[in-house]
Design a protein around this ligand. Structure first.
Ligand SMILES: [Mg+2]
Length: 150
């Protein structure tokens, strides 16, 4: 769990990625992520049960794929039928996805959901310091492809 004592965002704004106020806000949000994760783990059972013999990490990864499939299936059918997206259904599937992500995070890494959220937001702040830019995205992809062919 991230606290003001161990949160790198509060200490120095991750080398200037965040200003101090944003860092503090993110640290406070981390507590919500971690509280959610603890609640999700309450309903996950132990590692040995409920996976049909599959290793829990495999089972949970498959769960993420299954829920992503449910989400895109809903969207596909709504588009096919020329109907508006049902926001309640989308929110339900996103919640199912979040549950699997929260539990997988703990089982695979032993870490917290806030660690995942922070890692992602730092990466994106560094990648797009002024917000999303198609040009930065294209150039980043080109650099990665260039590295892959070296
Ligand atoms: Mg679902």
């Amino acid at each position: 769990m991230v606290t003001s004592d161990n949160c790198p965002f509060v200490a120095d704004g991750v080398d200037g990625v965040f200003d101090a106020e944003t860092a503090k806000t993110l640290m406070q949000a981390a507590a919500h992520f971690d509280a959610y994760q603890e609640e999700a783990l309450r309903s996950a059972g132990d590692e040995a049960s409920g996976t049909g013999g599959l290793p829990p990490v495999v089972y949970l990864s498959m769960g993420i794929c299954g829920e992503a499939g449910e989400l895109i299936d809903h969207i596909k059918k709504r588009i096919r039928d020329n109907q508006p997206i049902d926001v309640d259904d989308v929110v339900e599937e996103l919640g199912d996805l979040l549950w699997y992500i929260a539990v997988l995070t703990r089982r695979l890494t032993g870490g917290s959901l806030s660690d995942v959220a922070y890692g992602n937001i730092v990466k994106l702040r560094e990648r797009y310091p002024d917000g999303f830019s198609a040009e930065r995205s294209i150039n980043r992809l080109k650099r990665e492809q260039h590295k892959a062919y070296k």
